[in-house]
Structure formats: C-alpha cells, structure tokens
Design a binder for this molecule. Sequence first.
Ligand SMILES: [Zn+2]
Length: 306
Amino acid sequence: MDILGIDLGGSRVKLGIVDAGRVKELKVFPISHGLPMGAVLDAIEAQAKGMAGIDRCKGVGFAYPGIVDMQNQRVLCINDKYTDAAETDFSRWAKKRFGLELLMINDAAAALCGEMTYGAGRGFDSGALLMVGTGVGTAAWSQGRLLTGKHGAMGIMGGHIAIAHEQPRKCTCGNVGCLEAYAGTWALQGLSREHPGFEQSVLRGAERIDYRALAAGCDAGDAVCKDVFDGVCRALCTGAANLVHAYDPQVLVFSGGASRINGLRTAIQAHLDRYCWTTWGHVRVAAAENPEASVALGLSSLFEMR
Ligand SMILES: [Zn+2]
C-alpha cells in the first residue's frame, strides 16, 4: 500500500512515497524558520502534488518533531518549532487536500519504527533510538511494539534526561543539564565559544559550528575541536547508557547527522560494554541503515500494522 510519508524537520521537509518498506520516491526541500503551520502545510501540499506516485497513495503519514497524541492525531507540545501546531487540525488538512486518512507520530518514534521493521533493528524484539540532529531525539520499542505511554511521550524524552547537575547548561525545554544541551547540534556553538582557546581555533572563522566542522577541526589537529568533541562524545555515551538502563533494548540504533562521524558509534559501543548493567549480554549499537528514509519507512510500517 503506497503512502505519502512527511518528515517535518526544523529546517527541511522530506517527502517519501513508500510501499511496505520500499521507498519509491523521495523529495527533500528547505523550509524557512518561523513560518506558521498553515504556510508549511501549503508548501508540503504543493511539493507532494508534484510527485509522480501521489495519486496512488492510500494514506498520509506525518512525523512531527514534538509530542504527538497518536490517539487523537494532535500535536500536544512543541518546543520552539511551529508554535501554532497544537491548534492545527492535521487530519482535516489531509482529508481536505488529499482526500486521505492521516496517521501522525513523533519523528524519532517513526524513525525507530522504520529501523526496527526494515532496517538496523530487524530481527530484534526490543530496541531504542538515539538520533542526533539539531536536537537529540530518542524512542523505545519493546516486544515488537513502539512504546507510547499515556500521552505519546514515553521513550521520546531521552534528549531531555539530565546528564549533569553541577553548573548544568540551560536547555531549550526549560530544564537544565539535558543531554541535548551537551550534544544537540544547536549546543555546539555555545560549547565552542565558551572554550578558553576559541579565539585561536579554526572554529572562530567557521560559517557554522556543527558536527562536520568539529570533525574536520579534529582531523586538522585543532585542540579546541578535540576538547569540544570529547565532551560531546562523553555526553552521548552517558545518554546512551541512560537509554539502555531505562528501556532494556537489545539494539541501540544510532542515527542522525552525527552518526556519520567516525568513531562516535564505536565510542558509544565501548562505553555501554564497559559501564552498562547488562549482565545478560551486550547491547549492540548499530548505525541506522536508512537515515534519510527511516522516518518514511516507519510511517509505512504503521499503516501496514493497522
Ligand atoms: Zn531539555
């Protein structure tokens, strides 16, 4: 069954036409920060209607970067992104503009569904996701099902589990000491600028301080990049161990832009092997198989499961 999968990120939208684990078309386009939800939906509709297979689609899957009440198909909570999303009736929009039924879910949760069904988590009963992009997204899977909890928030708050309590850094969520405040791409700029050697670092002239810039600086022998990268790596290791202790996964799927940086996945694997209380065996840290399409694949799997 072909579905249209919509993966709404902070700066770009990915559209996929997917059928039971097979991506038939994938389209990515940028989205301006601060647009109202109505304008975002108009842009999505225009782009989707230009896709060759749109007329064959039997449903619309929508992955949203916030807390989603899956039962009522509504956005419950947003964090600095698309602030009018909670008042938007997405089901009505899908019906009116495409004549199709909508299924809505958090983006990290959708990515984990995709990886557990068709990707790195295939063959495992339980898993967790650590997805590092602008923020840090997580999700958890147990006995062949996505964990959702009462409000759709179970498993997805791992980026906001605190990893520091002494002089903790402020997070965008209102809490302090969150994993995301130490390892989300948005935090790298502040972490770098606070380093006493910043003025002498290659990062000072960088257009954008992200994981790629940090990794390039490390390769060039820049001391500030190495210090910041070490700190980020320790934060991700601590966060990954917290996920393992919280959800008892067999596999931890590592995804997002940062997962492509050499050495991070192996550092997390070594940390879990050494420090996690998993006497029954090691948790496998696996790179996402389809980082570009796992959300669309997950949306497809949700329709298949219904
Ligand atoms: Zn937070």
